[in-house]
Design a protein around this ligand. Structure first.
Ligand code: NAI
Length: 316
């Protein structure tokens, strides 16, 4: 059974974006926060974004901005906010004790069929949910910022999560137009951040050792690897760059191992390299709220354009 009402706990950056994704999917959304002013700002921000997107023809879903806005209501009363919800997406700050407290409160007031899902970027389900009465209904649905424009969601179960919770979450994410992936077990960093940190780590080393400038390092990704990664992953890249994966391994395994064996230890992310990277990036994009916001807006516009292109180029 598909939920018709979802509750979002926490109306910050990610909570707002989830609210928009669900409203675009036609769901009634209750947005809960401890701070009324935070909810007011969230609603204003959502309205502004939806109107702008409607104007430029990129609003998601079959409903108008007004119809979608009418689906969203706010509350500072947790019990009232979760009443009637069949899916709850927690989006509070990344703090284990705070999240455990919230899931503890939810555990006391929810029924046996609602799904309790967390947006956490790096807290493991076993840390968040162990000991809860409703642990079978608990799961992590980790979005990518901003989830409205970047569809991937990593679905990570607790060892005691019921398989039906995973399946229902997966189906729900599909239904609202996101792109879910299932992890078979929890692991630090899930998958997206493990890949991201591997890239950051090597980028940091190359810049730190003076092999390449920070600006050129970023170009290697944005005008090189990233061009294809928006469409095919690293494994398909192997498949296509030879006559299949086996042939790629035959040809390149030795070379890959040679390079990989020259990778050093985990960087400290401190000292001179921080200054070097920060200086280069700050010259290009000064750390001033107005400038950062303009750049984020441009990034989101790029992502909208890319999403359109991906729809046009869909292969299956
Ligand atoms: P944020 O700081 O923008 O928003 C947090 C919201 O939670 C605020 O509105 C705050 O008032 C509210 N809040 C605080 N205590 C609360 C409580 N006890 N009950 C209800 N609401 C409460 O944080 P953001 O960036 O939206 O992150 C939320 C979660 O999403 C975190 O777990 C984060 O790791 C995860 N996430 C963040 C991404 C990002 O790039 N920002 C990407 C993917 C996941």
């Amino acid at each position: 059974m598909e939920p018709s009402q979802v509750t979002i706990i926490g109306s910050g950056l990610i909570g707002r974006s989830w609210a928009m994704v669900f409203a675009a999917g036609g769901f009634r959304v209750k947005l809960y926060d401890i701070a009324q002013e935070q909810l007011t700002t969230a609603l204003e921000n959502i309205r502004k974004q939806m109107k702008e997107m409607e104007k430029s023809g990129v609003l998601k879903g079959a409903l108008s901005a007004e119809q979608q806005l009418a689906l969203i209501s706010v509350s500072t009363d947790l019990k009232a906010a979760v009443e009637g919800a069949t899916f709850i997406q927690e989006c509070t700050p990344e703090n284990l004790e705070l999240k455990k407290k919230i899931f503890g409160q939810l555990d006391l007031i929810v029924g046996d069929s609602v799904i309790l899902s967390s947006s956490t970027s790096c807290l493991l389900p076993s840390k968040l949910f162990t000991g809860l009465k409703h642990v079978k209904q608990c799961i992590v649905s980790h979005p990518v910022n901003p989830p409205y424009f970047v569809p991937l969601v990593e679905i990570v179960p607790h060892p005691e999560t019921d398989p039906s919770t995973t399946e229902r979450t997966y189906a729900l994410m599909k239904k609202i137009g996101q792109s879910p992936v299932k992890l078979n077990r929890e692991i630090e960093g899930f998958v997206l951040n493990r890949l991201q940190y591997a890239v950051i780590s090597e980028a940091w080393r190359l810049v730190g050792e003076g092999v390449i400038s920070p600006t050129d390092l970023d170009l290697v990704m944005s005008d090189g690897l990233g061009m294809r990664y928006a469409f095919i992953g690293p494994l398909e890249t192997m498949h296509l760059n030879a006559e299949g994966v086996s042939s790629y391994c035959e040809r390149y395994a030795e070379g890959m191992k040679l390079v990989l064996n020259t990778f050093g230890p985990v960087p400290e992310f401190s000292g001179g390299t921080v200054q070097k990277v920060n200086q280069a990036l700050s010259e290009k994009i000064p750390v001033v709220p107005k400038v950062l916001d303009a750049r984020r807006k441009w990034r989101d516009e790029c992502l909208i354009g890319l999403a359109k292109l991906k729809t046009q180029m869909k292969s299956d």
